[in-house]
Design a protein around this ligand. Structure first.
Ligand code: URA
Length: 229
């Protein structure tokens, strides 16, 4: 159960609460620590921000996907990651396990990370949607809109140097464009102030392995952005 300050914090970052009460909460966030005694602060450490956000996602009923999910799929990895990978939405394996990219596409993503010298636990992996669309259908605009504050807050907390959008649907949802992937690849783009590069979705690469070379080029470009080269 969230306390009043936690509720106000979530509303301030655009998360509509499933347990919203009629009366507005008057306490400001961040709390005025100048006058407050130690221990009165609602969020003494970064861990609290994360747990409030995770709880909000876990209880979310903002779109219809809550009715068909097994569980929410929040995200996984380092809270201080320099790289953030964003996919489209959980599939059946992720819905069952509660973790993004754990199926065959996830294994390929792990291999792609390894190839550019990264471990899964040192990056952050999330999806545009935190719940599985039934039958793995494409995310709908209303679902993306409902879920976006959660992803934005994850980015705000992590402050990655780079976001890698995995696949056409993630790129379209994040960038609010319908340009083909071929036009989006190779460009340095921006998502709310964070540099973003687009590459192929690992599930697509499983079907079209000849494009793995192009994905490798994208990752090398991404590496140069992260390294500031
Ligand atoms: N595809 C995605 O876009 N995300 C996952 O978490 C798994 C598969």
């Amino acid at each position: 159960m969230l306390n009043a300050r936690q509720r106000q914090y979530l509303e301030a970052i655009g998360v509509t609460l499933w347990e919203r009460r009629a009366a507005p909460v008057a306490t400001p966030y961040p709390p005025d620590t100048a006058s407050g005694s130690p221990g009165t602060q609602a969020f003494p450490g970064e861990g609290s921000d994360w747990s409030v956000l995770e709880e909000a996602v876990r209880g979310c009923t903002k779109c219809g996907l809550h009715a068909t999910r097994t569980q929410t799929v929040f995200g996984v990895g380092s809270h201080t990651a320099r790289w953030m990978f964003v996919g489209e939405a959980p599939g059946a394996d992720e819905d069952a396990k509660g973790e993004p990219f754990v199926g065959r596409a996830g294994q390929l993503l792990n291999a792609m990370l390894f190839a550019i010298g990264l471990k899964r636990e040192e990056v952050y992996i999330a999806n545009v949607l935190k719940c599985r669309p039934p039958g793995n259908r494409d995310p709908q605009p209303g679902e993306v809109e409902s879920c976006e504050p959660y992803l934005l807050r994850q980015i705000e907390l992590i402050r990655p140097r780079l976001i890698v959008a995995l696949g056409r649907h993630a790129a379209h949802s994040l960038l609010k464009t319908e340009l083909p992937l071929a036009r989006l690849r190779g460009q340095q783009l921006d998502y709310h102030g964070t540099p973003l590069v687009v590459t192929y979705h690992p599930a697509y690469l499983l079907r079209s392995p000849t494009d793995k070379r192009k994905a490798w080029e994208d990752l090398c470009r991404a590496r140069r952005v992260v390294d500031g080269a």
